[in-house]
Design a protein around this ligand. Structure first.
Ligand code: 13P
Length: 249
């Protein structure tokens, strides 16, 4: 059976204790939606415990934005998957382009992080996406094939893996691919997942991310093989985030 669409908010490095009021608005507005879709909010790690406590039993889930590939150890400043799970997270984003490019994370490290997420019982949201240079060079699909092959561990299932296709050039820029481009890429990702993971790969949700807003969500989120959205800037405001989620109402 097909899983419900997932609309996830990546708050990135935004949010203080007072932001719990925004979560409250998401929880309140989400009540009318969570029988049709899943809502996930990924605040900065400092807010995961408070957000998870507040969202308990609400239908809104809380996730992390990154984790280390080891469960514990001498890794100053890092956060492990068991720590996120202990704080109440249900999922974790790994391999976001802001980690791959800003922190030089390799496909191999991303794969190890996804495995760490699974050991801790978390869903791994593995991000992939081409740069503008790669797109212009006609290398989009080969880049994605390589990221999928090397960043996603063996053993992926529909309930432990989510893929987020986030073209790097669309993140925070207001630019988005055309629905036809999204259809081509998501169809390609689906084919690769199906070849590698069989029926599980057929059911893994493939999110689109990059400048998703209430004004453009309808044309992107209704494309074949788009199983939801990973939303950055527009997820910081409950009204916009819920407006996007409302596509699946
Ligand atoms: P924006 O929605 O702000 O473009 O960010 C997308 C993103 O990076 C989500 O992970």
């Amino acid at each position: 059976m097909a899983l419900a669409p997932l609309v996830a908010g990546n708050w990135k490095m935004n949010g203080l204790a007072a932001s719990i009021s925004e979560l409250d608005r998401i929880i309140a507005g989400g009540r009318a939606l969570t029988n049709k879709l899943e809502l996930l909010v990924c605040p900065p790690a400092t807010l995961v415990p408070a957000f998870a406590a507040r969202a308990r039993d609400s239908g809104v889930r809380i996730g992390g934005q990154d984790c280390h590939w080891e469960d514990s150890g001498a890794f100053t400043g890092d956060i492990s998957a068991p720590m996120l799970a202990d704080a109440g997270a249900r999922a974790v984003i790994v391999g976001h382009s802001e980690r791959r490019l800003g922190h030089q994370e390799s496909d191999e490290q991303v794969r190890s992080k996804a495995q760490a997420a699974w050991r801790a019982g978390l869903t791994a949201i593995v991000c992939i996406g081409e740069t503008e240079f790669e797109r212009h060079a006609g290398a989009t699909l080969s880049r994605l094939e390589r990221q999928l092959g090397e960043s996603v561990p063996d053993g992926a299932k529909a309930d432990n893996l989510v893929i987020a296709y986030e073209p790097v050039w669309a993140i925070g820029t207001g630019r988005t691919p055309t629905p036809a481009d999204v259809a081509e890429v998501h169809g390609f990702i689906r084919k690769r997942l199906h070849i590698r993971f069989g029926s599980e790969g057929h059911a893994v949700r493939i999110l689109y991310g990059g400048s998703v807003k209430p004004s453009n969500c309808a044309e992107i989120l209704t494309v074949d093989n788009v199983g939801g959205a990973l939303v950055g800037g527009a997820s910081l405001k409950a009204e916009d985030f819920l407006g996007i989620a409302g596509t699946y109402r």
